[in-house]
Every structure is written in structure tokens, then in C-alpha cells.
Design a protein around this ligand. Structure first.
Ligand code: NAD
Length: 254
């Protein structure tokens, strides 16, 4: 019960990593505010978590961001933990085929959406004088990947935002950290497999998993475990950091 009565706000909570985090925080006694694009998908995914407040919001719209923060505070009076997790992979194409729309959309959701989340949550956490934030970056924030330049740019940018905001709030009792997973077995990897080798998704998966020293994708729960640690008091001296969780990939690639 490490998070007993702590208020935890998670975006992208109807999907793989956000959903796994929601279940683990709930098991540790947290009160949850869960955000995703559609209320119905939240109800299907997490409707059985007792007392969770489900909020439909598009993180790329600042009015929605303000509203999900306000609804959380209205329901629970505070925000102890913010898991800033919603994101998209976008279309994978070589740079000469990239559309302005795809680039804009990926950066809007993954960077500006996440930054607006930080803006409004930090305001609340400053009033409280405490809080822990975990941003979901990616190993794509540390490495290049052909065809994935929009996504890779967005996650590099998010790591920059993570470091800067951590420094801005370091004296206020708020910690800000990021996780950098390699491939995680969620809907996003299904989309990435299909982007990489349309019609040969099973082959794409084999290829991606073979490139990981541990020989497989991560489970969403494994990423959630790191998020819970970073959000907990056990990580009290950790801020502005970003953690590889990549089955050994970082050891061979850098
Ligand atoms: P997912 O697609 O299962 O979940 C993402 C969730 O975010 C979905 O429920 C989706 O509806 C929601 N979402 C997307 N755009 C949104 C918006 N504008 N407003 C509100 N919600 C929105 O994927 P996942 O793997 O759980 O991804 C979660 C995070 O993890 C993302 O930021 C992703 O970039 C990151 N990540 C994933 C992997 C991977 O391999 N799956 C690896 C590294 C990092």
C-alpha cells in the first residue's frame, strides 16, 4: 500500500502502459484520475477500478488539459503523482515522404501535449509544495531510427522538457523524471510492426524482438513498475533523470 490515498493522475490510461500503471497504482491504494481520448475506451479498460475518475480529454488541446487537471483537483483536492504518458507513433516514412501533418501531429501530442500537462499539473503541485511526475519518453528519445524521425524527434524533445522542468521546480518539492522503454508489447507496437512491414507483422515482430539482448519486448507491467518506483518516496533523491528500460539495448547501441 505504498500509494495509499495518494492521488495519481495518468494520461493515456486506456492503453497498454498507462493501463498497467493504473492497475498497479490502484493495487497500492492510490486514488486514480484516468485520462484518455474516449470515455468509453476508459470504461472498457479500467471501469472495474473502484472510485477511479474517468476523464475524456485530448492532451493536444490546452482547454482539455486544463479541464482534466481541474476535474482531478475537484474530485480529490490534490495531485500527488502525474504519469504524463499519452502518446502516438505516427506514420513511419523516410524524411522525403514525411508529411507536414504527420510531423505536426506527432510533435503536438507527444511534446506540446505533454508540456501543457506539466504546465497545469506543476501549478497545482506548487500550491501543495510536493509531487512526483513521470514522463513517458522512449529509447527513441536517445537513439536514431530510420523512418521514425518524427517520433524520435518528439521523444528527444520530451527528454529536454523533462530535464528543464525538473530544474525549474527542483526547489519546490516536485520531482520530474522520465522512462525510456524500448518496444513494449502494446497496441503501439502492433502499429509500429504494421508501419515497418505491412502484411508481414509477425516477421516484423520477430525482427524487432531479435534486436533486443533479452530477446523480447517488455511487458507494460515492467514499465509500470519503474514508474511506480520513480513516483515513490524511495526515489526521493532522483529528479531530472531519464531511465532506459530496454532489455539491454542501450548497452550495445551507445
Ligand atoms: P497505446 O497506444 O497502447 O496507449 C497510448 C494511449 O494514449 C491510448 O489509449 C491512446 O488512446 C492515448 N492517446 C493517444 N493520443 C491521445 C491524446 N491526444 N489525448 C489523450 N490520450 C491519447 O501505447 P503504449 O505503448 O501504452 O504507449 C504509452 C506511451 O509509451 C506513449 O507515450 C509511447 O510513446 C510510449 N512508449 C511506448 C513504447 C512501446 O513500444 N509500446 C515504447 C516506448 C515508449
Amino acid at each position: 500500500m505504498e500509494f495509499k490515498d495518494k492521488v495519481v493522475l495518468i494520461t493515456g490510461a486506456a492503453g497498454g502502459i498507462g493501463l498497467a500503471a493504473a492497475r498497479k497504482f490502484a493495487a497500492e491504494g492510490a486514488k486514480l484520475a484516468l485520462v484518455d481520448l474516449k470515455r468509453e475506451s476508459l470504461e472498457t479498460a479500467v471501469g472495474d477500478i473502484e472510485g477511479a475518475v474517468l476523464i475524456a480529454a485530448d492532451v493536444s488541446k490546452e482547454v482539455d488539459v486544463e479541464a482534466y487537471v481541474a476535474k482531478t483537483v475537484e474530485a480529490f483536492g490534490r495531485i500527488d503523482v502525474f504519469v504524463n504518458n499519452a502518446g502516438i507513433n505516427g506514420d513511419f516514412k523516410p524524411i522525403e515522404e514525411q508529411s507536414f501533418e504527420n510531423y505536426s501531429n506527432v510533435l503536438l501530442i507527444n511534446v506540446i501535449g505533454a508540456a501543457m500537462g506539466l504546465k497545469h499539473v506543476v501549478k497545482q503541485m506548487k500550491v501543495q509544495g510536493s509531487g512526483a511526475i513521470v514522463n513517458t519518453a522512449s529509447n527513441g528519445g536517445l537513439l536514431g531510427a530510420p523512418g521514425m524521425s518524427a517520433y524520435v524527434a518528439s521523444k528527444h524533445a520530451l527528454i529536454g522538457v523533462n530535464k528543464s522542468v525538473a530544474l525549474e521546480v527542483a526547489s519546490t518539492g516536485i520531482r520530474v523524471n522520465a522512462v525510456c522503454p524500448s518496444g513494449v508489447d502494446t497496441q503501439m507496437m502492433r502499429s509500429i510492426e504494421s508501419n515497418a512491414r505491412k502484411g508481414e507483422e509477425a516477421e516484423a515482430r520477430k525482427q524487432f524482438e531479435a534486436a533486443v539482448p533479452l530477446g523480447r519486448y517488455a511487458e507494460a507491467e515492467e514499465i509500470a513498475d519503474l514508474m511506480l518506483f520513480l513516483a515513490s518516496d524511495r526515489a526521493s533523491f532522483i529528479t531530472g533523470a531519464y531511465y532506459r528500460i530496454d532489455g539491454g539495448g542501450g548497452a550495445v547501441s551507445v
